[in-house]
Design a protein around this ligand. Sequence first.
Ligand code: E4P
Length: 223
Amino acid sequence: MKILVDNADLKEIKKIYEVYPVDGVTCNPTILKKTGRNPFEVLKEIRAFIGKDADLHVQVISAKAEDMVVEAHKIQEVLGENTFIKVPVVPEGLKAIRLLAKEGANVTGTAIYNQMQGYLAGKAGAAYVAPYVNRIDNLGSNGIQVAKDIHDMLKKAGLKTELLAASFKNSQQVLELAKYGLGASTIAPDVIEGLIKVDAARIAVDVFTKDFEALCGEDSTML
Ligand code: E4P
């Protein structure tokens, strides 16, 4: 499963990249708002840092399909190959996904809250579809189940579309979908860090260090 960083703060992204084996970055207009900066300036810096081969998912804003397509062209032109155009799966968005897919663009259907949104976006040609796991849970439904259903429906239909599960709030949600074999998950930095925050492991390492120092002296290592 690919893991992407759901954030637009370059400092945060760099911190995650230093430690975790991640494959790219996603953002949405709300995430960009938090930077308080010109979106293209921010996105160009992110692209320069992650490199041209990494996945970068960027959302269009327009309400009409034809305008979404024009926006998509600008995003592609500025941010290059391996940039995925996030298009909300509402009726105009679905139309835009079809138009963009015909051009061969990389499209991610986003703002997905139910199975049919995911399925139709895949059928329209999206490379990824992004169900909002935790937001679905908050609506009293089951985000994990929605993601699994979409995954199964797309596979049964023989479509190549992969899932990019999104809106995670805890490790368990990520684990459930990683075990299910999803194509990708996009995760906020604090949730990524929580994935291997295990007190027992930290305590075990402390004991190993103390025992080694008792044997070889303070601050000694295998060097
Ligand atoms: C990513 O594509 C989504 O926009 C994002 O994961 C939504 O996350 P949130 O529910 O934490 O806002």
